[in-house]
Design a protein. Structure first.
Length: 641
């Protein structure tokens, strides 16, 4: 599509999106510029042979992105890429990052002997690994050819030992009606061929019951899969799963894309709390602090692994020696010491040739265990943050109704809450803090805002109630029309906001505060509700609350706020239901300049979090023209809701 785009561009009629009629062939993909990489910063290099997968698992977006007919590179391309890596001095692990390396079995079989010859001629400089579907275990010639080519590990999407869940998620290639232990047998077959199996597992599939947690752990232990990646099911936009859950009304929002986050973007069949607690238990038992279950899996693996092909040997350099020394120092004298020492000793005595691999697994164990602790700590922080914020908010509402004593206690309690949360936050490594929602500044600001609003809390509540009554009156639109308000076509005319306030309409202070933060993140100057109320009180303009009828009350409020800001955002629920639009701009074009009536941006904020997100992202796009920025701002600002 690029030449078409260039031609259109030159002719001044470029379109926003160009879609090719068919997926592009990858036979003309150039050799990547590996020479631009800082090789020391990588533990493995990545090559790609094919794109696409013939299967159609419900949760997977690969087939939607790359299609179900796998496209492959030519043998010559692959050899050229291997040559290039070799020339620049890379030695060691190379990941063939195909979604399913055996998606096109015939082409894979055609490629493998060439790779094997290339590797043999250079004494196996690369240790290859890839991803494949479980049916690889039924394809003897392919397995043999992979081992011969120097593959040492294969990642399988095992997902679940629960056949019912596999069936429902359309992963029937992982079921064999004639073999109740098909997955276990498949793993063992691959191991006997000499291929370590690492696996992906999913919890929360439809059909999963509370017994699934123990079943997953038992399966992983018995199969001997040290590197087991267990995750919660996520509904990715564009997948069949996403569409089904949406049709069933079970979708809660978009996936965060953070694969180490313990969060659900849909309503599972299993109770959410049970699912999340069960998931935490699975992680904690697979990577327990003493790593007993991990090293037990490592031993099952090493005792099942078939021999390596002749000529293949693992190089042991100075870096490796340093890693071993560091590992001994850190692991031998830690809680992992007994299991660590037992595993390495056993390997030395019974599978000495596998000792370098055992050492690699031991070091990986430390990494997995630390990562697991961090994932759990990040979840603890998020849960505590939500709980802490909610408690401070409840206490702030109570303090607003009472005297100074409660306000002092609230301030003290908010400080204590923040101190406790900061301790939890500090336990997280910097890389886990990145992308963590809520982030620290959002949380701190939200809690402090609750405290700040207390002095005007009563007024805020009265105002919210009164405004809701005004908007509930069926005549609010005609009252505004009589004042010269008209529906603007989005931000045309002079409706683009520069200064803005959110009408404190919502019963939920949380929604309003998040909305204010969201708008600030989009770069708009926002007057917080507390400040708004303080100004109204100062000017004695809050009397409209008690004295005016519906339309006058509303107009009084707008006139008062309009002296400070040019736009008021009104979060509306059912009032906009008659309109299909999520965001409506009412411009006060014909209003008397002297009265400075603000423009209104009515945003449909319905009960469902997903609809709220859609409305606000639409507003964000209208304000910034940048959907990505709006999505990021929303996720940050609404992380506590
Ligand atoms: S086998 Fe793997 S890559 Fe293929 S559709 Fe299923 S999950 Fe996706």
């Amino acid at each position: 599509t690029f030449p078409r785009f260039l031609a259109d561009w030159e002719a001044g009629r470029a379109e926003r999106v160009y879609r090719p009629a068919a997926k592009p062939a990858i036979t003309r993909t150039p050799v990547p510029r590996f020479d631009l990489l800082d090789l020391g910063a990588y533990s493995s290099m990545a090559l790609q042979f094919s794109r696409g997968c013939p299967f159609d698992c419900e949760f997977c977006d690969i087939t939607k992105l790359f299609g179900r007919v796998p496209r492959t590179k030519s043998n010559a391309q692959m050899i050229a890429e291997l040559d290039r890596l070799h020339e620049i001095g890379w030695r060691g692990p190379v990941f063939l990052v195909d979604d399913n390396f055996i998606g096109n079995k015939r082409e894979a079989l055609r490629l493998l002997p060439e790779i094997a010859a290339w590797q043999r001629a250079r004494r196996y400089p690369f240790e290859l690994f890839t991803e494949a579907s479980v049916n690889l275990a039924k394809l003897e010639p392919l397995m043999d050819a992979m081992v011969e080519a120097g593959f040492a590990m294969v990642f399988l999407g095992i997902e679940s030992p629960n056949p019912e869940a596999l069936k429902r998620t359309k992963k029937t290639q992982n079921i064999d009606k004639g073999d109740d232990h098909y997955l276990l047998h498949a793993v063992r077959t691959l191991q006997r061929k000499g291929l370590e199996v690492s696996g992906g597992f999913i919890l929360g599939l439809d059909g999963d019951g509370p017994e699934v947690f123990d079943a997953q752990v038992e399966f992983i232990q018995e199969a001997g899969i040290p590197r087991a990646m267990v995750g919660l099911l996520t509904a990715l936009r564009g997948t069949d799963l996403y569409d089904r859950l949406e049709a069933e009304g079970r979708l809660l929002g978009e996936s965060s894309g953070n694969n180490v986050e313990i969060a659900l973007n849909f309503r599972p069949q299993l109770d959410s709390r049970v699912l999340i607690d069960g998931y935490r238990r699975v992680l904690a038992s697979l990577y327990d602090p003493g790593l007993r279950s991990y090293f037990a899996r490592c031993w099952t693996l090493l005792s099942s692994l078939g021999p390596r092909v002749s000529g293949q040997r693992r190089r042991f350099g100075t870096d490796d020696l340093l890693t071993v020394l560091r590992s001994v120092r850190r692991q031998l004298f830690s809680r992992q010491g007994p299991a660590y020492a037992g595993f390495l000793l056993r390997t030395l005595l019974r599978r000495p040739r596998r000792f370098p691999q055992a050492m690699t697994l031991a070091v990986m164990g430390l990494h997995f265990q630390k990562l697991t602790l961090q994932i759990l700590a990040a979840h603890d922080f998020r849960e505590a943050a939500r709980e802490g914020y909610e408690r401070v908010e409840r206490e702030a509402a109570a303090a607003a109704m009472s005297g100074a004593a409660l306000q002092t206690a609230l301030r003290r309690h908010a400080d204590e809450t923040l101190r406790r949360l900061r301790q939890l936050y500090r336990r997280l490594r910097p890389e886990l803090r990145q992308g963590l929602l809520p982030d620290w500044s959002t949380l701190e600001e939200a809690i402090r805002a609750c405290v700040r609003e207390v002095p005007v809390g009563q007024l805020l509540q009265r105002c919210g109630l009164r405004l809701r009554e005004c908007f509930a009156a069926s005549s609010w639109r005609s009252a505004l029309a009589a004042q010269g308000y008209a529906l603007a076509r989005r931000w045309q005319d002079d409706a683009v906001p520069r200064t803005l306030a959110v009408a404190p309409l919502s019963e939920q202070g949380k929604l309003r505060r998040s909305l204010e933060r969201y708008l600030r993140e989009l770069g708009v100057q926002v007057t917080a509700a507390g400040e708004q109320m303080a100004q109204l009180t100062q000017e004695g303009l809050h009397r409209w609350l008690d004295e005016s009828g519906a339309p006058d009350g509303l107009l009084g409020y707008l006139r008062a706020v309009g002296r400070r800001v040019d736009t008021v955002v009104v979060p509306l629920g059912a009032e906009l239901a008659a309109s299909e639009e999520r965001v409506q701009v009412l411009a006060a074009r014909q209003a008397d300049e002297a009265t400075r009536m603000p423009h209104l941006v009515c945003v449909r904020c319905e009960a469902s979090p997903r609809q709220l997100r859609e409305s606000l992202i639409e507003l964000g796009i209208a304000l910034t023209g940048d959907a990505g920025r709006a999505a990021v701002a929303f996720d940050r600002a609404f992380a506590l809701i």
